[in-house]
Design a protein around this ligand. Structure first.
Ligand SMILES: Nc1ncnc2c1ncn2[C@@H]1O[C@H](COP(=O)(O)OP(=O)(O)O)[C@@H](O)[C@H]1O
Ligand SMILES: [Mg+2]
Length: 420
């Protein structure tokens, strides 16, 4: 019997003492303060699956976190009714209160039940919640199979997480640890935010963890790093970085664009970012034939501006910017995919020009991005074939116009005409 099996057996026995109808399937992950298991229950012949997060903390740790004033960004009116004041560590209460306050909000991991147990010096909290797939797993599966996230997929992820953050803002909650490991996806393809509280405990109990744990520092806003005051925009910043990473072929800003990188590279990249260097532009990167334009680049980089005052002030603003990009994307497929060889592909599009074929490809959505890719590539090939001569002519005319410097070159109109 391996260690995993032993852990599951121990958990099964423990679980039997308070939720006997539930059984352990497997361990899903290990966290900073405990483990997360997949569990199930059979009820009237129907099997239900859930996730069980187990948090353990000693009395000493608990009292330390209390005396150091653990942050409690939660609305005091939203208390949980089925919990007595039985000497339960406040750090546990904090996470439960937040999850309860947000229960039912879209795009936030939903809590189902919780249980507290004290055994000698150890306090254990068991949180049952909806079973999801970790976004880290999604990312690594994609990386392994060489399937990058498409631009529409990244926009969907961004908007879903913005929705979650918007509900957090409504309840005065700052998540403070937005990162792929705390993001999830459900079976319908909705992205969700989870893990409210572990990082806060970690900051409070073990301040040094913050500085040594790469996973924790990688999405941290510069003002937190500098020990200055901060607000909800640190979550917007962290989400911006996640989206940046997804658009940048999985790489964080300032990492080498190609090849292997080392821990030293990661440290150097974090150093530059946390010392407020402007993030490198994403504009011009192509994902499955679709190019990141300057507008999308500016949306992402505004979210992760080193200066918190220049970021989106609310998650709703960030959501709207991502949606605005999407609407525009839809209307500009012809431009951005047919004349990508000139700098002018970033210019304002003519919203009335549409390519039916490419729009159909977009409508297929992210569920089948390879198909979309194939369709788009076919569209590009076709458009290029038709336009070959026209394009050369247009480029020549534009060149003459630009050289003459009489008016700014408007590439969009002749290009659109040729595509139609
Ligand atoms: N609801 C869930 N469904 C599936 N897996 C989960 C769920 N919650 C957590 N996990 C897994 O357990 C890991 C740790 O959980 P998390 O809530 O982030 O705790 P920690 O405080 O330890 O970071 C996650 O990264 C994920 O792999
Ligand atoms: Mg976590």
């Amino acid at each position: 019997m391996g260690t995993e099996d032993i852990r599951c057996r121990i958990m099964e026995e423990e679980l039997g003492t308070f939720w006997p109808q539930w059984h352990v399937v497997k361990r899903l992950g290990g966290g900073s303060f405990g483990d997360v298991f997949e569990i199930f229950r059979d009820n009237y012949g129907i099997r239900t699956f859930s996730a069980l997060k187990v948090l353990r903390i000693s009395d000493a740790e608990a009292s330390y976190s209390l005396s150091s004033g653990n942050a409690r960004p939660y609305n005091a009116e939203e208390s949980c009714s089925n919990f007595g004041e039985n000497n339960i560590p406040e750090v546990f209460m904090n996470e439960i209160r937040i999850m309860e306050a947000l229960r039912g909000a879209p795009n936030i991991v939903s809590i189902e039940n919780f249980h507290f147990r004290k055994n000698a010096e150890t306090n254990s909290l068991y949180v049952r919640m909806e079973l999801l797939t970790s976004f880290v797993k999604v990312m690594s599966d994609r990386q392994r199979s060489g399937r990058q996230f498409t631009i529409p997929e990244v926009l969907k992820i961004g908007k879903d997480i913005c929705t979650a953050l918007s509900f957090c803002e409504q309840r005065n909650i700052i998540h403070r640890d937005i990162k792929p490991a705390n993001m999830f996806v459900d079976k319908f393809g909705n992205y969700k935010v989870g893990d409210f509280g572990a990082s806060k405990r970690m900051e409070t109990i073990h301040p040094t963890h913050m500085m040594t744990g790469i996973g924790t520092i990688s999405y941290m806003a510069p003002e937190i790093f500098a020990g200055r005051s901060y607000n909800n925009t640190v979550d917007i910043y962290a989400l911006g970085l996640v989206l940046y990473q997804l658009l940048n072929n999985g790489r964080m800003p300032f990492l080498p664009a190609y090849g292997q990188y080392t821990v030293q590279d990661i440290d150097a990249a974090n150093y530059r970012r946390l010392h407020r260097e402007e993030l490198p532009s994403l504009a011009g990167i192509r994902i499955y034939g679709e190019m990141i334009d300057e507008r999308l680049d500016s949306v992402i980089r505004k979210a992760c501006d080193p200066d918190s005052h220049r970021r989106y002030r609310t998650a709703k603003e960030f959501y709207d910017a991502l949606s605005g990009h999407e609407v525009r994307e839809d209307n500009t497929q012809t431009i951005s995919t047919t004349v990508r060889t000139t700098e002018s592909s970033h210019r304002e599009p003519d919203p009335y020009q549409r390519s039916e074929q490419l729009n159909a490809a977009s409508a297929a959505g992210y569920a089948d991005h390879e198909k979309v890719y194939a369709q788009k590539e076919a569209g590009i090939q076709e458009a290029r074939g038709e336009e070959g001569i026209n394009l050369a002519l247009i480029v020549a005319i534009v060149f003459i116009i630009e050289t003459a410097r009489k008016t700014p070159a408007d590439h969009s109109r002749p290009r659109d005409t040729s595509a139609s």
